[in-house]
Design a binder for this molecule. Sequence first.
Ligand code: V47
Ligand code: SF4
Length: 381
Amino acid sequence: MAFNLSEVFKNGIPDKNLVRIAEKIQNQERITEEEGLFLFEKGELGFVGALANYVAETLHHGKVYFNRNFHIEPTNVCVFTCNFCSYSRQYKHRDDGWELSMEEMLDIVRKYEGQPVTEVHIVGGVHPKMNLEFFCELITRIRAFRPDIHIKGFTAVELDYMIRKARLSIEEGMIKLKEAGLQSLPGGGAEIFHPDVRNIICADKVDAEGWLHIHETAHNLGMHSNATMLYGHIEKHEHIIDHMSRLRNLQDKTGGFNCFIPLKFRNKDNDMSHIKEATIIEDLRLYAISRLFMDNFRNLKAYWPMLGRQTAQLTLSFGVNDLDGTIDDTTKIYSMAGAEEQKPSLSTEELCDLITAVGRIPVERDTLYNELKVYKPEAAL
Ligand code: V47
Ligand code: SF4
């Protein structure tokens, strides 16, 4: 796609630092942390959006990815007390929450028999009685029933707890899970790495180094993973840049991340409800700057159950190239936190319509971003 700097600056005299950043982006040079911060401070939405759109178009030529997936949330009982969480219940209040048995979880998988889903996403609270052995058995039994489904499961927070409790090293624990059939890790639990924020919003769970070590170990074992960032609460721009920089560094080292997923903080029914949510303008700037800063992440995902389908659709013009999946109303994390999508479920036709409405090409992918079906414009209508 041809890109014309003068278009970006047509409304005013360009700031020389912004010109320099735009030139770097155009020449596929990495921007520094200072430049990333500068974009947050001085880069208006139209400017960062045009650049981010240019980068996404150069990489993906108008393609936007989605997959056919469903979630299993084993429990919302959790030993941790993240202040932003609307979903968890403490063990002593477990009667207010849910704890699925092995059979109940396998029933969820059985419900999809004969359906062309390609991924199961398993994430939940950290239950003190659901251990490594239990989850290895769950994975083995899902694999035996549906060997064709990719099992993406457990945030680094869940893994850290279950592996430490089994008195194994992270590597030993990850090998056990991999042998049972776990194929990749979702990106949750990253929140904001910087201790000045982490110690306030989620002080008691795995820290930045622990989270990064688990993902690095998974990558070294040949597994892929995703990375998230919870934004729009008490963090400052410096913390966002620090977070993205740590992920960018690990990606340089291993290349094991599939995608980056900024997650918008939703404020219903949690201990941070007094904090106003980010505006749509802030969401779009954040996605655009992520695309510009995370130059070694091919895929930037807008998780539509969290953002709502309309804002997710808007992000497609601001650097995003992935919307996650059909979901089929199998997750409660975001509806409980106040997301617009109270029963998140989209058919492939609806996802295709969202994507084609903004002039992009819908592509069904698998978890590792292999293309399964390209919906040519006429086929998608
Ligand atoms: O780590 C919890 C977030 C994450 C709130 O890898 C909240 O494809 C906003 O791992 N407001 C877990 N966010 C979810 C997760 C995930 C989600 C989508 C895709 C993928 C993937 C992974 O949910 C937590 C936390 O950051 N979260 N509460 C809230 N009130
Ligand atoms: Fe537990 Fe995860 Fe909620 Fe934190 S975000 S309290 S670890 S369920």
